[in-house]
Design a protein. Structure first.
Lengths: 120, 115
């Protein structure tokens, strides 16, 4: 079956522009996660969705970042007025169940290939 | 504040040796989750394990095993009979609560397994 897909794979944008990053999770996975990895900040967790709901958004770096998930499936991470420090690889993962579920294969996260964002 | 320490920046072992990667965490929450991830040279991130704070049982998966000890706030990862394909950066992470709050990664340990 298909894994987690992300688009675009690469995005180069100018400072101040808005960008949208898309994640298509594995079908049937209720939990979805966004992370990013940059040279300066290492690995960072951004946000977690259980179904269409993101109970905690405090991991988003600033109010320029927003994320939504519709139909319990596709998720979009939007960055408004991009800054150079937003340059990073943005990673999406999904799992059958999320936080709160008992340990086991249901919480195994499957990662997409990432979107490399470069802000000039 | 929550924190994850991976004191070993880089480790080199010869193939077939056992190796333990250390992870020490700090949290005031009673509900939290601990994770290990692998990032091979190709760059993709691979999930290895998640443990819940209320389940201190150790786990073994093939050559991999994890030792979760609340008494020492540690969640160490051991690879038995290491192989060259185990060469990667390994990240330990901590999340508090049930919604991914205060999710932090350690700085990672780069493991090189030499043939």
């Amino acid at each position: 079956g298909a894994g987690v897909s992300q688009s675009p794979s690469n995005k180069v944008t100018e400072k101040g522009k808005d960008v949208e990053l898309r994640c298509d999770p594995i079908s049937g996975h209720t939990a979805l996660y966004w992370y990013r990895q940059s040279l300066g900040q290492g690995l960072e967790f951004l946000i977690y969705f259980q179904g269409n709901s993101a109970p905690d958004k405090s991991g988003l770096p600033s109010d320029r970042f927003s994320a939504e998930r519709t139909g319990g499936s596709v998720s979009t991470l939007t960055i408004q007025r991009t800054q150079q420090e937003d340059s990073a690889v943005y990673l999406c993962a999904s799992s059958l169940r999320g936080f709160g579920a008992l340990a086991g294969v249901s919480n195994e996260q499957f990662f997409g290939p990432g979107t490399r964002l470069t802000v000039l | 504040a929550q924190k994850v320490t991976q004191a070993q920046t880089e480790i080199s072992v010869v193939e077939k040796e056992d190796v333990t990667l250390d992870c020490v965490y700090e949290t005031r929450d009673t509900t939290y989750y601990l994770f290990w991830y692998k990032q091979p040279p190709s760059g993709e991130l691979v999930f290895l394990i998640r443990r819940n704070s209320f389940d201190e049982q150790n786990e073994i998966s093939g050559r991999y095993s994890w030792n979760f000890q609340k008494s020492t706030s540690s969640f160490n990862f051991t690879i038995t009979a290491s192989q060259v394909v185990d060469s990667a950066v390994y990240f330990c992470a901590l999340s508090e609560g049930n919604y991914g709050q205060n999710f932090v990664f350690g700085p990672g340990t780069r493991l090189s397994v030499l043939p």
